[in-house]
Design a protein around this ligand. Structure first.
Ligand code: FAD
Ligand code: NAG
Ligand code: NAG
Ligand code: NAG
Ligand code: NAG
Ligand code: NAG
Ligand code: NAG
Length: 569
């Protein structure tokens, strides 16, 4: 089938203006799809459109009150999550290659320079979306895509750093309203014979929803470090680290079952007992690739108290050098003790479910002492639950959203932490990141270091199992950065990430948080698992109906659907 950009106007059908959709669907086919979905097919213009008086080339009245709402919520994840046309990482609302989009100034959303005399362009926001209510909706979308060549994309929260929940001209399957949650002390995977304490989560259940539900039902959920990540979405599919992962494993280790519609239109249960190949692929092969997950079931833990260390020193090069040296020196020991956490060159918030408070204070003593003599602060305390930790620490420390952000990272092998030479190399590159690349190293202690892994049970790169921390860093840019500025930043992030690749050439990277231009990404994200993942992709999606950037079996830049990605590989 010929896939060409087609201008489709169906204002009569959906009340929308003319927008570009890829595919050969006729108005009649769109109309029938809309009818069969009973009002769940919607047009979308960009989030900030109400602030503009020209939208996709057409004069429109500005909507002052709607614009004000967008300005107020611009960098708030809770504002963005329930909006199908919003992304958390803002370049994915734009077409980077043409610089077209509809952004406000994230640092000052009231800045009228962003909209006065400017055209709000659709960018990478899919012009139509289905508010998915159940498996039949997804089956209809796959059928429609096969018949008409319309591109599909899948969005839960829009947290993806690589734009994989956006796709220009596509029909978006928006799963955010699948918010069901149920807890069972005796969950049995279909076809299995053992029970587990587990929670079953709709594809739109967010971390903050789940943590609250867990607190109310007296269990602990091992999840991500932000409010609105969809735990059944891209988070678990790509790996899913938590600060509790050192002890309790990654998202992929803890999932017991997925309910998923595969591109052949079948609604399947994938677990250890049926569709085992698909289950394995969904445990690390990445979101947006093997099907649309409607729900997942994950192991839970009892309510637990946590020891928390929150330590920081004033930002200056001397402090940063010493602080990095200290945390690199301590990491191997911390790994054994079960610490997880997030660290920068001058701060850390680490969490431990195993040590007593006294042991935790002793374990952190070298850093505490350093902080206290350098005008820093150190708190090592005990909190009664994950919810108490999340509320007190994570809400104010989660990564910034609502701005264009470029990320690169590497899983740093434990071997390096065992020798003076390895630690010296780690200090060298982290300090170089800070001083030469002006990027604060962002270090995540979230590798499953104490956790007992069942060999071969997941499809992420085995490098995760041999790593001590993830070394990353992100750079933000602005609403009016030029294409050449953006190209420059991507290049620098790739170059900076290369420092870490150079000292850890046989390790890998996290699919969800790696470099957009990761060289040899199949090996970096999946290692030896890639050939089997590719076979499974071909089995369930032989026509490649689903395709996303650097996903298993992706056509990459040769496919027109990726024409908004900068061709930098
Ligand atoms: C502020 C912030 C904090 C983060 N913190 C963490 C963290 O603590 N731990 C961690 O591991 N990662 C973290 N991440 C990275 C996160 O795991 C990824 O961004 C992940 O892709 C988010 O998944 P999502 O479904 O919420 O996002 P989306 O952008 O909606 O989707 C991500 C990918 O999954 C696909 N997808 C989504 N839902 C489905 C579905 N139902 N079926 C099939 N495919 C689907 C999408 O098509 C896309 O390819 C963070 C990211 C941000 C921006
Ligand atoms: C402006 O937006 C608000 C939603 O914020 C909506 O209720 C109202 O109908 C819009 N007004 C016009 C004139 O479109
Ligand atoms: C439970 O399932 C496992 C794996 O399929 C099997 O080896 C075992 O015999 C089963 N046990 C019972 C009691 O049925
Ligand atoms: C700590 O702060 C005090 C007062 O601001 C200053 O005089 C002192 O030099 C600082 N000490 C260090 C180690 O930075
Ligand atoms: C870290 O360990 C090295 C030896 O491997 C040592 O030389 C260095 O001083 C230590 N760093 C700090 C800040 O104590
Ligand atoms: C890192 O190592 C390189 C090569 O040995 C050296 O040239 C550079 O100065 C070091 N940088 C830092 C910040 O230590
Ligand atoms: C971008 O916007 C900022 C804030 O409005 C302004 O200070 C800056 O000059 C602009 N840069 C360019 C390249 O237009």
């Amino acid at each position: 089938m010929k896939i060409v950009p087609t201008l489709l106007g169906f204002s009569a059908v959906l009340g929308s203006s003319f927008q570009t959709v890829y595919g050969a669907a006729t108005q009649e086919q769109w109309k029938r799809l809309g009818e069969s979905l009973q009002g769940r097919l919607h047009p979308a213009t960009p989030l900030s459109a109400p602030c503009f008086s020209v939208v996709n080339g057409k004069q429109v009245p500005r909507n002052e009150s709607a614009c004000r709402e967008v300005q107020q919520g611009y960098t708030n994840p809770d504002f963005r999550f329930p909006r199908a046309n919003a992304r958390m990482i803002l370049q994915w609302e734009t077409c980077m290659r043409t610089s077209e989009g509809c952004l406000l100034d994230s640092l000052n959303p009231d800045n009228s320079a962003a909209w006065v005399g400017k055209d709000c362009k659709q960018g990478s926001i899919p012009p139509y979306f289905i508010e998915v209510a159940g498996p039949e909706d997804v089956q209809k979308a796959f059928d429609f895509a096969k018949k008409t060549g319309t591109y599909l994309s899948i969005k839960a929260s829009g947290h993806d750093y690589k734009g994989r929940s956006s796709l220009p001209g596509s029909l978006s399957l928006w799963t955010a309203n699948l918010k069901s949650m149920s807890y069972s002390k005796t969950f049995t995977p279909e076809g299995g014979n053992k029970t587990h304490a587990a929670v079953t989560l709709g594809a739109g259940a967010t971390t903050e929803d789940i943590y609250k539900f867990a607190d109310e039902n007296k269990f602990t959920f091992v999840g991500g470090y932000a409010q609105t990540i969809a735990a059944s979405g891209g988070w678990v599919a790509g790996g899913g680290h938590s600060v509790l992962s050192p002890v309790y494993g990654l998202g992929v280790d803890r999932v017991l079952e997925f309910k998923v519609v595969t591109p052949d239109g079948k609604y399947r249960t994938a677990n250890e007992f049926q569709n085992q190949d698909l289950f394995w692929a969904l445990r690390g092969g990445g979101g947006g690739t093997f099907g649309v997950v409607l729900e997942s079931t994950m192991l839970v833990e009892p309510v637990m108290s946590l020891r928390v260390a929150s330590i920081s020193v004033p930002q200056n090069p001397d402090n940063a050098h010493q602080f990095l040296s200290l945390i690199i020196n301590e990491t191997y020991k911390w790994n054994q003790e079960g610490w997880g956490g997030h660290m920068t060159s001058v701060s850390l918030i680490n969490v431990n479910p195993l040590l007593t408070l006294k042991e935790a204070q002793k374990s952190m003593k070298p850093i505490t002492d350093f902080a206290l003599v350098n005008n820093g602060t150190s708190v090592v305390e005990e909190l009664p639950s994950w919810q108490a930790f999340f509320t007190k620490y994570v809400l104010s420390a989660q990564a910034v959203i609502g701005q264009p952000t470029i990320m690169g990272s590497r899983l740093m092998p434990t071997e390096l932490f065992k020798t003076d030479q390895g630690r010296a190399q780690l200090l060298n590159i982290t300090f170089t990141e800070l001083t030469q690349y002006k990027t604060d190293p962002y270090i995540i202690l979230g590798m499953p270091t104490v956790y007992k892994y069942t060999e071969g049970s997941t499809s992420i790169t085995p490098a995760w199992r041999k790593a001590s921390f993830q070394l990353g860093g992100s750079v933000r840019y602005s609403w009016n950065s030029t294409v050449s500025d953006i190209v420059q930043i991507y290049r620098e992030v790739t170059e900076r990430t290369q420092l870490a690749r150079a000292i850890a050439p046989h390790s890998g990277a996290y699919f969800n948080e790696g470099d957009l231009y990761e060289p040899n990404h199949e090996v970096a994200f999946w290692g030896d698992n890639y050939p089997r993942l590719l076979k499974i992709k071909k089995k369930y999606d032989p026509e490649g109906i689903l395709d996303c950037w650097q996903c298993v079996g992706s056509r990459g830049l040769t496919d027109p659907r990726f024409s908004c990605y900068l061709p930098l590989l």
